[in-house]
Design a protein around this ligand. Structure first.
Ligand SMILES: Nc1nc2c(c(=O)[nH]1)N[C@H]1C(S)=C(S)[C@@H](COP(=O)(O)O)O[C@H]1N2
Ligand SMILES: [Mo]
Length: 363
């Protein structure tokens, strides 16, 4: 199975809707993730949007409702460019599924994340033009795709707080790595909410609504919530569990890939760490003995304060079966729990347990 515009080695979990993650090696190759490598996470079919007739509506608790064409956005507001990492809250879910099954959810490995240079306008500038009322505490985004996951089917949506929306880093973007936003990534316009779970970066954006409460859209009120382990997600009352926003500190190993065969001796290990909002990755520890002894990885420079941080370490491995584990620390002194089993939750979000790759080391 291969997808138009994507590398043949993408790991395609589904084609309808499109759910595909980057293979580890090309994801590890650079700070920026190439368009043909970037993961795709969609909850419904890719809508075909005519960018000429497309308009963005801004309404709700605002002084002035807006209806903006792409040309209005490009000429009416300062254009901004920003490097930011997107990471699905379901990234690394595979580690949970190994503990206990999670029916109906995509079994993502380490590749439901990517980093791009986005260009567009600041959401804050558009909201200033509309004039937010004091009571507007949340900004809801709606796409024009229809997801059969909700009953009845509804467009994908979600919201962020007023504070985050006005912070300046949230973009309404039409360009990704210097090219027009590809259809499967949300053309003609998407939201990019740096430091938040990918689900808040609504693709195929058509409506922004200023409101008093968080969005009651299925993907905010019912999905993308951290539920206690014993809860049945379909039966739980709306609003159960923790609404996800800012990304928890996380890391994974991309090279060598889990299950690879390598030659005994010195081995170079590469991976990424990522922490949401204003937290940065400040240390990454690597161990070849299950965490009894740690060595510190070499951190590469981040391309921006909103991006992941890549790292590398050299380890020595004798022949035989081996396991390499890694954990990152963020600037709030937070780190990662050891086991996925302790974090298992019914929808399989936020697996930020230690990164683990099992290797077959040949003499
Ligand atoms: N309209 C719409 N926006 C969406 C989604 C979607 O299904 N529909 N998926 C969200 C999720 S869960 C993630 S992780 C990111 C993925 O963005 P990408 O496909 O460009 O990588 O888009 C978000 N925005
Ligand atoms: Mo996601």
């Amino acid at each position: 199975m291969s997808l138009p515009g994507k590398r043949a080695d993408m790991i395609v979990h589904q084609t309808e809707p499109i759910n595909a993650e980057s293979a580890p090696a090309p994801l590890a190759a650079g700070d920026l993730t190439a368009l043909d490598t970037f993961y795709v996470r969609s909850h419904g079919p890719t809508p075909s949007v005519q960018s000429g007739s497309w308009r963005l509506g801004v309404g709700g608790l605002v002084g002035r409702e807006l209806s903006l064409s792409l040309a209005d956005l490009r000429s009416g507001f300062p254009q901004r460019t920003l490097i930011a990492t997107l990471q699905c809250a379901g990234n690394r879910r595979q580690g949970f599924i190994a503990v206990r099954e999670i029916p109906g959810e995509v079994p993502w490995g380490p590749g439901a994340t990517g980093t791009a240079r986005w260009r567009g306008v600041a959401l804050a500038d558009v909201l200033r033009a509309a004039g937010l009322h004091d009571g507007a505490r949340h900004l809801e985004f709606l796409g024009c795709d229809t997801s059969p996951e909700s009953d009845p089917p509804q467009p994908f949506g979600g919201s962020i707080s007023r504070q985050k929306a006005l912070a300046g880093e949230v973009l309404l973007a039409w360009e990704m790595n210097g090219e027009a936003l590809p259809a499967m990534h949300g053309a003609p316009l998407r939201v990019v909410v740096p430091g938040y779970i990918g689900a808040r970066s609504v693709k195929w954006l058509t409506q922004i609504t200023a409101q008093a409460e968080p969005s009651d859209n299925f993907f905010q009120a019912r999905a993308y919530r951290l539920l206690p382990a014993g809860v049945d997600p379909d039966a739980a009352p709306t609003g159960t569990g923790v609404q996800l926003g800012s990304v928890a500190v996380n890391a994974d190993i991309l090279d060598p890939a889990d299950g690879a065969s390598v030659i005994a001796g010195r081995l170079s290990v590469r991976g990424y760490g990522f922490a949401g909002d204003d937290r940065r990755i400040v240390r990454v520890d690597v161990s070849t003995d299950g965490g009894a002894v740690w060595q510190q990885a070499q951190l590469l420079d981040e391309p921006s304060r909103w991006s992941w941080r890549r790292w590398r370490a050299d380890v020595e491995l004798p022949a035989g079966p081996a396991e390499i584990v890694a954990r990152a620390w963020d600037s709030a002194a937070g780190s990662q729990p050891r086991d996925a089993a302790q974090l298992w939750n019914p929808k399989g979000y936020v697996n930020n347990s230690w990164a683990r790759v099992r290797l077959n080391v040949e003499p």
